[in-house]
Design a protein around this ligand. Structure first.
Ligand SMILES: Cc1ncc(COP(=O)(O)O)c(C=O)c1O
Length: 368
């Protein structure tokens, strides 16, 4: 059996090569590399896809989070409640605005914020909650929006891993005050470099996001606020506009692959030894990653590696234990469920083009 990568970007490119090559050629011939027409076209297509009023393309998912927070007035001295079990970009963005991340432990089934623990962390400084729909499983947005309403907080959704996922019939990114998307190549909708987007129904926030991404300006050489250079590349927008048409199909295939993984694991692993990815009944999962948990995780990862099968630990060290955040004053043991997850999770190969034969092979090696 050939090796099985964690993700196979080439297979996807080959399936849409003609369309993508043509779109890139069009940008090259048009030479409008910065804020060319494809950016607006893709923003409109994404707004339509998500059924949201405004979509503002930026240079990365990390920038989308920072711009999203700033656009909703989060900044110096504010506290933002989030999860310690995420990629560091979530908290980097919070810190870059001048705000402080305040961590809450996770739910051990969904790996998202445990909403029952949020209220105890709300202080006078708390201005926002930033749920992360980790691996593509939506956080409990009913509970989060109810808490936000009660305490007058903003909700900024980190949808970097969850484009196309839904909670109670609503697409993630459209439930809070703003949603932040990443188009990093390995995401559900990935471009060929970096890219991101802020989506919102809040007109004022959208206007601010547009200014912030373009040096704080909405009229050339007139600057109202201190901004960034964070525009979505025209070339990336052109690629993304093509790919967006296939997103639902690709996500359906990811879900089909996830169902096969779960079925095979349940049938062949010793009872309780491997826990497949869980899906709450109220959600549609986007399966950016297919993440299992198991006690002998490191040995299993070695076995997969020896068989030429890719896997990854998202994430091996919770954010409250990272050196960069030592001044926040957390200690090991503060978030036991997140810390347990960091020792037990393992993400397996997952992409739309993954075959049933490949999934069978992964599970066969896993349960040896
Ligand atoms: C949960 C999460 N948030 C934010 C980001 C940042 O996105 P980007 O890499 O596009 O800056 C990522 C991905 O890398 C992520 O996984």
């Amino acid at each position: 059996m050939n090796s099985i990568p964690l993700i196979d970007l080439k297979k996807q490119y080959e399936s849409i090569k003609d369309e993508v090559d043509q779109a890139i050629q069009q940008v090259l011939c048009g030479c409008r590399f910065i804020m060319g027409p494809e950016v607006k076209e893709f923003e409109e297509a994404m707004a339509k896809y998500l059924d949201v009023k405004y979509a503002v393309g930026v240079a990365s998912g990390t920038d989308a989070l920072e711009v999203g927070l700033l656009s909703l007035g989060i900044g110096d001295g504010d506290e933002v409640i989030t999860t310690p079990f995420t990629f560091i970009a979530t908290t980097e963005a919070i810190v870059s605005t001048g705000a402080k991340p305040v961590f809450v432990d996770i739910d051990e089934k969904t790996y998202c914020l445990d909403c029952n623990l949020i209220e105890a962390k709300i202080t006078k400084q708390t201005k926002a909650i930033m749920p992360v729909h980790l691996y593509g499983h939506p956080a409990d947005m009913d509970k989060i929006t109810a808490l936000a309403e009660k305490h007058n907080l903003k909700v900024i959704e980190d949808c970097a891993q969850s484009l196309g996922a839904a909670f109670s019939g609503k697409k993630v990114g459209t439930i809070g005050n703003a949603g932040c998307l990443s188009f990093f190549p390995g995401k559900n909708l990935g471009c060929y470099g970096d890219g991101g987007m802020v989506v919102t129904n809040d007109e004022q926030a959208a206007q601010m996001a547009r200014m912030l991404r373009q040096h704080g300006s909405n009229k050339k050489y007139y600057h109202a606020v201190n901004g960034f250079n964070s525009r979505l590349d025209t070339l990336q927008a052109a690629v993304l506009k093509i790919k967006l048409k296939y997103l639902d199909k690709w996500n359906d295939l990811r879900r089909k692959n996830a169902a096969l993984y779960a079925d095979l694991i349940n049938k062949s692993a010793k009872k309780g030894s491997i826990i497949p990815a869980q899906v709450e009944p109220s959600v549609v999962h986007s399966f950016n990653y297919y993440t299992i948990r198991l006690q002998d995780r490191d040995a299993a990862q070695q076995r997969l590696k020896a068989a030429g099968i890719g896997s990854m630990i998202y994430y091996p060290l919770c954010l409250h234990q990272q050196e960069v955040y030592k001044d926040l004053g957390y200690k090991p043991g503060d978030f036991p469920k997140a810390e347990k997850a960091q020792n037990e999770v393992l993400s397996l190969p997952m992409f739309a083009e993954l075959s049933a034969e490949q999934i069978n092979e992964v599970v066969k090696v896993l349960v040896q």
